[in-house]
Design a protein around this ligand. Structure first.
Ligand SMILES: N[C@@H](CCC(=O)N[C@@H](CS)C(=O)NCC(=O)O)C(=O)O
Length: 255
């Protein structure tokens, strides 16, 4: 594993990067260690693509820097720049689902070409992007970050998360991975689903999901993806850090 190059514009990192071999330039991954960020590092590791981590310190406002907004206009990470994009020219991609589809098409891995199988993977990928991600994100917000305990909001989002995990649990009762074989849908889901316990959900509520999390985490490549660290992230507790809290949770008011 090679050290990631330090970015001039973003936070410094000691995060590892898969070594670029030959003349292939690494894919730049604009990253912060969150459930959405890990989707991409896990996929890149499983696909065996060289990459360099470019930290975007979202607790310090680096997602609003003009150079980042050029590639990610929604001021959210992850985003990537692939120097070897279509036609051999660089391409940038934002939105984790779009990045996973791009990487799947680029490598031909974990994104089947057979139309029926592809549709199935896309169903579960979109289910993650439109369901699990936003609902667990809101549940996490109201459980951990909202000032005071707003019971109605906690119940609303934790219960919806519980329902979604029930759907996933049924699906995984008869399949090793979400679509039978390992796919980009698994990479999309893992980051959020593996932290279900932070939302007061118990493992016995979804035993097949718990089994799948263990299987995924035991894969050496996925493990490497989940182990990508950014030193600075560990120093900031968003719940207690006033600057981070204001930057992340009062954006509508800022606009
Ligand atoms: N739908 C987006 C969501 C990405 C997202 O919410 N990223 C968060 C961290 S997990 C972020 O960058 N937040 C920065 C901010 O809120 O300004 C995706 O899947 O890429």
């Amino acid at each position: 594993m090679a050290r990631a190059k330090k970015s001039k514009t973003m936070s410094k990192t000691k995060a590892p990067a898969r070594k670029a071999t030959g003349r292939q330039k690494p894919i730049e991954v604009y990253f912060w260690p969150t459930p959405n960020g890990y989707k991409i590092t896990c996929a890149l590791e499983e696909m065996g693509l060289p990459y360099a981590v470019k930290p975007v310190n979202i607790a310090r406002g680096e997602q609003f820097k003009p150079e980042f907004l050029k590639i990610a206009p929604n001021n959210r990470m992850p985003a990537i720049i692939d120097p070897n994009g279509p036609g051999g020219k660089p391409i940038s991609v934002f939105e984790s689902g779009a990045i996973l589809q791009y990487l799947g098409r680029k490598t031909g891995k974990f994104y089947p070409k057979d139309e029926r199988k592809r549709v199935e993977v896309e169903e579960w990928l979109m289910w993650q992007m439109g369901g699990i991600g936003p609902m667990m994100g809101q549940a996490n917000h109201f459980v951990r970050y909202a000032p005071g305990k707003i019971e109605y909001a906690v119940n609303r989002y934790v219960n919806e998360t519980r329902r979604l995990l029930g759907v996933l649990d049924k699906r995984l009762a008869k399949r090793k991975f979400v679509c039978g074989e390992l796919s980009i849908a698994d990479f999309a889901l893992l980051g959020w689903v593996r932290i279900y316990h932070r939302l007061d959900l118990r493992p016995e509520e979804a035993p097949n999901v718990v089994r799948w999390i263990k299987d995924m985490e035991a894969r050496p490549a996925t493990r490497r993806g989940l182990d990508v660290k950014v030193a600075e992230a560990g120093k900031i507790d968003i719940a207690k850090d006033k600057e981070a809290w204001k930057l992340l949770f009062t954006q509508g008011a800022r606009a």
